[in-house]
Ligand binder design. Structure first.
Ligand SMILES: [Zn+2]
Length: 169
């Protein structure tokens, strides 16, 4: 039990030990498994600290500009195609399909208005939204927090689904 509590607090132990209860801290000192996990996490953090993002290729700006221009000139993609692209892109960041599905549901419930994807009152949508890609890039920032919350919900779901199923048999 205390091992499980400790594992949930490993990041805090590393980043902000004051947040962790003394009980857990003294457990880590005496428990080989927990102290090993903490050491592993420390090693991982050290690697991440030492890691430096590579310099972008000198052609990156030019290629990015060309891609943006092509997207701007392309005919605006349909809603579902854009949704698919968004979710495909999201999977690179570790979003799981269930979170993506929940997000899609939110969009449908909200009529798409909350994400600024669809303006139902606009008489000429094409004039209001010159480029799907640009708009997606802009709303991506706004949606990052929503994605995080959905991911958290998703993880809670996993926790409950891993509970014993046969308790009622
Ligand atoms: Zn332990």
């Amino acid at each position: 039990m205390i091992c499980r509590m400790t594992k949930e607090n490993l990041e805090n132990l590393l980043l902000d030990p004051e947040m962790v209860s003394p009980e857990v801290r003294s457990h880590v000192a005496g428990c080989p498994e927990c102290s090993r996990e903490l050491a592993e996490l420390q090693a991982t953090m050290a690697v991440l600290d030492a890691w430096e993002a590579p310099e972008p290729s000198p052609f990156f700006d030019a290629r990015m500009a060309a891609k943006l221009r092509a997207e701007r000139e392309a005919t605006p993609a349909g809603f579902f195609e854009r949704m698919r692209a968004r979710l495909t892109f999201g999977s690179n960041l570790g979003f799981r399909p269930i979170a993506a599905g929940a997000f899609a549901l939110l969009i449908l419930i909200g009529g798409g208005t909350y994400a600024g994807l669809v303006n139902l009152n606009a008489p000429t949508p094409a004039a209001v939204h010159p480029s799907a890609a640009i708009q997606d890039l802009q709303s991506l920032d706004d949606n990052a927090q929503v994605f995080q919350q959905l991911n958290a919900l998703d993880q809670q779901d996993d926790d409950t689904s891993s509970a014993p199923v046969n308790s009622q048999l």
